[in-house]
Design a protein around this ligand. Structure first.
Ligand code: RIB
Ligand code: CA
Length: 314
């Protein structure tokens, strides 16, 4: 067996976050989840920390420790997304309250301590929510940045625009200052923007394949997706909802599913009209530093084949 890739998942679950975590749990040969850190985003921190533990217990992975992080953005009031994810953030299935403990160590300190324990380039960060925890860790301990192999983020949008304002995608919009710190930090960023995730709709045939797996985690995921997708179906008449967060883990498992290019990304933090916008120099019209690999195309069928195959292994 090839050496497992060490990852930390930073998340604001969220049904699509749950799909990403479950994809990682179904890929234990390739991925070692060093820990899950939670952040305020889709719902407040107390709920994202509850939801992360519910997902661990659903997948019988209470060996993975969950650490609570920032309860609000660095410099702004928290904006949440109950309108998409429901009041608990994990609406859909009826799942028991978690009994596994929430770690007492703060998520930012867990990230710093874990990275300091590893050699350079050893750990991959998968970020599924606002980047508050990551930015705070970089501010507190900039020495950890070389320890990071890649930071694979779900966030941003360019040709596809925004989903919380016309210009901004939710994860970046909630904490634009944090995103600005991260993209300027020098950490190798792989960005999965709405340009990719809007190609990954939870069509009925795809959800049916997940239902046919027949296990408790798969059944719960189907109920999560059936709740999560109603927002996009009702609003856009689309054939399902976009499955955002699992793109980060899928990239680690099968990077060939994605196509993009290295370019400069900057974050709008000032303009009230476009705050949170990821300004992507896709056509290289400036000489700004090419600080991110921005993905634009994905093999959607290959992505869902991977999800179904790995969900069945949980
Ligand atoms: O804009 C989509 C992103 O915002 C996803 O990560 C979703 O879970 C929410 O956090
Ligand atoms: Ca998320």
């Amino acid at each position: 067996m090839a050496e497992q890739r060490k990852i930390i998942i930073d998340t604001d679950p969220g049904q699509d976050d749950a799909a990403a975590i479950m994809l990682a749990f179904g890929s234990h040969e390739e991925l070692e989840v060093l820990g899950i850190t939670t952040v305020a985003g889709n719902v407040p921190l107390s709920l994202t920390s509850r939801n992360a533990r519910i997902i661990c217990e659903l997948c019988e992975r209470t060996d993975v420790k969950v650490f609570a992080g920032a309860d609000r953005p660095i410099a702004r009031a928290l904006v949440t997304a109950e309108h998409v994810h429901g009041k608990t953030g994990l609406d859909g299935p009826t799942l028991p309250e978690p009994t596994m403990p929430l770690q007492t160590q703060h998520a930012v300190d867990f990230i710093i301590e874990t990275l300091r324990r590893e050699p350079d380039g050893a750990v991959t960060l998968c970020t599924l929510g606002p980047l508050t925890n990551i930015a705070l860790a970089f501010q507190k301990a900039p020495d950890i940045i070389p320890r990071i192999r890649e930071l694979v983020m779900m966030g941003g949008g360019f040709f596809e625009g925004g989903n919380i304002t016309p210009a901004a995608e939710f994860n970046i919009y909630v904490d634009p200052e944090a995103a600005d710190i991260v993209v300027r930090s020098g950490v190798p960023v792989v960005m999965m923007p709405l340009d990719v995730t809007h190609q990954l709709l939870t069509r009925k045939d795809r959800v049916k394949r997940m239902a046919d797996i027949g296990t408790a985690p798969a059944r719960a995921m189907v109920e999560m997706l059936e709740f999560f997708e109603r927002f996009d179906i009702e609003k856009y008449g689309s054939d399902g909802g976009p499955l955002h967060d699992p793109t980060t883990v899928a990239y680690l498992l099968k990077p060939e599913l994605f196509k993009g290019r290295n370019c400069n990304v900057e974050i709008e933090v000032k303009s009230e009209l476009t705050v949170g916008m990821t300004v992507v120099d896709w056509w290289h019209v400036t000489d700004r530093k090419r600080n991110a690999t921005v993905m634009r195309h994905v093999d959607a069928d290959g992505f869902f084949d991977l999800l179904v195959e790995r969900f069945a292994r949980i």
